[in-house]
Design a protein around this ligand. Sequence first.
Ligand SMILES: Cc1cc2nc3c(=O)[nH]c(=O)nc-3n(C[C@H](O)[C@H](O)[C@H](O)COP(=O)(O)O)c2cc1C
Length: 451
Amino acid sequence: MPKQIHLAAHFPGVNNTTVWSDPRGGSHIEFSSFVHFAQTAERAKFDFLFLAEGLRLREQAGKIYDLDVVGRPDTFTVLSALAAVTEQLGLTGTINSTFNEPYEVARQFASLDHLSAGRAAWNVVTSWDAFTGENFRRGGFLPQDQRYARAKEFLTTAFELFDSWKGDEIAADAGSGQFVSRPDVGAFSHEGPQFSISGQFNVPRSPQGRPVIFQAGDSEEGREFAASTADAIFSRHSEFEAGRAFYTDVKDRLATYGRSRDSLLILPAATFVLGDTDAEAQEIAHQVRLQQVSGQTAIRFLEQLWNRDLSAYDPDGPLPDIDPDTGDDHIAKGRASVRMNRDPVAVAREWRALATEKGLSIRELIIEVTGRQSFVGSPRTVADEIDRFVQADASDGFILVPHVTPGGLDGFADTVVPLLQEKGVYRTEYEGTTLREHLGLAALGNAVPVG
Ligand SMILES: Cc1cc2nc3c(=O)[nH]c(=O)nc-3n(C[C@H](O)[C@H](O)[C@H](O)COP(=O)(O)O)c2cc1C
């Protein structure tokens, strides 16, 4: 039997992937948008809906960055509401371990798991910037090297809380008048460098016992954290060779933690563009890239690498011949890409060389070097490509990020999904009821402790 493909849907967010100005685009905050999106994902038998997290409005050069969508509602509120209008779709929320407290987060996830009858998942991120931290009670908060230490202990502590109820405590014995069978239900005590807490957890054991755990960081520490603890990784490696390298790297790490290769799923983010023919899809994809990277967006994007005001440059002209400013005070605040460019001067030189070689303007260069569409083609081509990636272990499936809200998944559900089903690589009905079952993960009895 061929490997079965896992698919999920990322609600389009505050990146330039999302074309909010598209005439087909709707609200990014009204409930009706979330409902349409979630119900389409469920109709397509997807494993789950995914929400990313960003806890401060992005800024550039001291002003709100508003070329992309600005603002987003709270994750638990949205996922809880969606639990009521879906029946089987998993609900995955990104919640960071840097600015929160384990007791609060464990309560929220245990509650979501109850409300959704076992469909909750937690994408544990460490969040990257002190700028976001200023919104929280301790200001900028932790330096980068301590975030995974906190993340690990955060998760250990949350697991202690989830596991503090075994599942048989509610007696509800009207005869004796006793509701619980033991006075010490939910008792916990955690003593560690990051958290020193004790008491009784007040949410009874949830249907999955704990939410499914996702991880998204890409560093050495991030990969080890995932290999020791996570059930799935939300990865950025959606290209074939890079995907295979990442897949092998992470799956090879599992043995150290006594885990099997199928106990951790690798799910890269992927975009797609469909057309009646491959040629039509390529043309639509080109138009989408032009929508995503306007002249203004290209200049602002370049400023993020150059760390300088480049507003005087013409997006249709050549790249700046000055080098990036490598000082710490960064022009862009609140976005991950800043940290991804570890050597801006070297990247700038590569981009300049590429632009010269191909005769590209600033805008054309940015279109060339930033996020291409992952899958472009007719439904048949896209279905075959997705299948090829999964069968070749470049991934276990994909978290799809459409560029239009909320209807961007509709075409995929109607045309690509039936082809995958025909190939026998994708479910035609949900077989289980919990997200852990959709993902084919072992029951919790086999779950590993935080390494
Ligand atoms: C694919 C991907 C998605 C991420 N999504 C989020 C997110 O939605 N919210 C967030 O605060 N951090 C997000 N992160 C950031 C990570 O949690 C982490 O802080 C960052 O990648 C730095 O850790 P690293 O050095 O291990 O990569 C994401 C990272 C990756 C690789």
